[in-house]
Design a protein around this ligand. Sequence first.
Ligand SMILES: Cc1cc2nc3c(=O)[nH]c(=O)nc-3n(C[C@H](O)[C@H](O)[C@H](O)COP(=O)(O)O)c2cc1C
Length: 413
Amino acid sequence: MKCVDDFRLRFGNRELVPIVIGGMGVDISTAELALEGARLGGIGHISDAMVPTVSDRRFRTQFVKEKVKLYKYNVANSDKSAVKFDLGQLAEATHNHVSRTMEAKRGEGMIFINCMEKLTMNGPRETLRVRLHAALDAGIDGITLSAGLHLGSFALMADHPRFRDAKLGIIVSSLRALQAFLKRNARLNRLPDFVVVEGPLAGGHLGFGMDWAAYDLRTIVSEIHDYLRAAKLDIALIPAGGIFTGSDAVSYLDSGAAAVQVATRFTVARECGLPDAVQQEYFKASEADIEVNMISPTGYPMRMLKSSPAIGAGIRPNCEAYGYLLDGSGNCAYITAYNREVAAHPGARKISVKDKTCLCTAMRNYDCWTCGHYTYRLKDTSRRLADGSYQLLSAEHVFRDYQFSTEQKIALP
Ligand SMILES: Cc1cc2nc3c(=O)[nH]c(=O)nc-3n(C[C@H](O)[C@H](O)[C@H](O)COP(=O)(O)O)c2cc1C
C-alpha cells in the first residue's frame, strides 16, 4: 500500500516531501506553521496579506498606527482615493516578515509566500511590485501567485536578480487560466516552476462562480496534466482543495501530480494563527454550518462558517487603517454597500450590511471564519477532552499523518 512518503517533489536537484501547506491569510498560516512544513521536509507558506498588520503583531512595529495618523482626517469621508500605502513601509513590513521567517528556517524543506493579486491596495501594480521584490530581497524560497490571473506579475519581477532562481508558481482553477498566463509570459522565457490547481472544495476565495459545485478537481487536474504533457512543459503540477487524507494525496501523486497542497487540516494545529476559540468552531462544524457566499468585496465567492461574525456586520469602513481591497481608484464594494445601508437607515446607531463585508477588518480580527469544504470532518481528526472541547493537534502530527497514512486512515493524536 503506497503512502505519500513513497513520492518526492523534485525541484532541480532538491527533493522534498510532496506536501505543501497552503497560504492562509491573514496570518492564519503563520511563520510557525510554515516553518514546521519546511522542517519536516515539505513546503510551508506564509502570506503577504495585510503584511504591515502582521509585522506590527509579530515585531511590534507601528505601521498601522502611523497610517491611521496620516489619514485620520479622512475617516468620515466616503471617498478613500487619497488613502495610499507608503511603499517604503510596505517593503519594510514584507522584509521583516520574510527575513525573520527565513532566518528561523531549519530542515530541508522550503518556505514560500502566498501573494494575492486581489489585494489591490489603491495602487495595484506598484504595491504588488513592492511586495514581490521585497519578498525576493528577503530571501524567500518561492512565491505562489494567487487570487487573480497575474498576467503581468512575472514581468513585475523580471528585473530582480532572483527572478530565475526563486521558485515561482501560480494558482489556477482552469486550464484556460493557465494558458492565458503562459501566453502572456512567453516572451520572458521563464516558465513557472509549479502550478497549483485549486478545485472548488478549497478554503478562502474560490476561482469559480457560484456554480462552483458543477466543477471537480480531478477533472481539471487531468485536463491540465494532459496539456502539460502534450506541450512538453516541465511544470510541477500541484492539486489542492479537499485532499483530506494521505490516501487522497496518493491518488493524485499516482496519476502524475508532483505534490499536493493542503490547508484545512492544519487550521486546527496549534501553530495555526486562528484563536483557540475559533479553532473549536472549526472542529464542531457540521456540513450544514458551512456556506459559499459572495460577501467578499473581491467579487470572488468565498467559503466560510455561517456563524462567522463578519457576516452581516455593519462596521464603518476602516480603510485609513487597512484599505487592502481598494482598487486603483480608491473604491471597494463594501464601501458602496455600507453607504447604501447608511442612506437607507438615517439616524440608525447600528446598521447591518448583509451582502458584503469589510474583509480587511474581519480578517484582521479573525472574524471571517473561512474554511475548506471538509472542515466538517475535522472532528474525526482529534479527540474530545473531558470538558467537551477538541484537542488541538501539532502541525507535525497532521503533516506526518498525510505523509505516512494509508487506506484512508487518519491517525488520532
Ligand atoms: C482558512 C483558510 C484560509 C485560506 N486563505 C488563503 C489565502 O489567503 N490565499 C490563498 O491563495 N489561498 C487561501 N486558502 C486556500 C489554501 O491555501 C489551499 O489551497 C486550499 O484550502 C486547499 O484545500 P483544503 O483546505 O481542502 O486542504 C485558504 C484556505 C483556508 C482553509
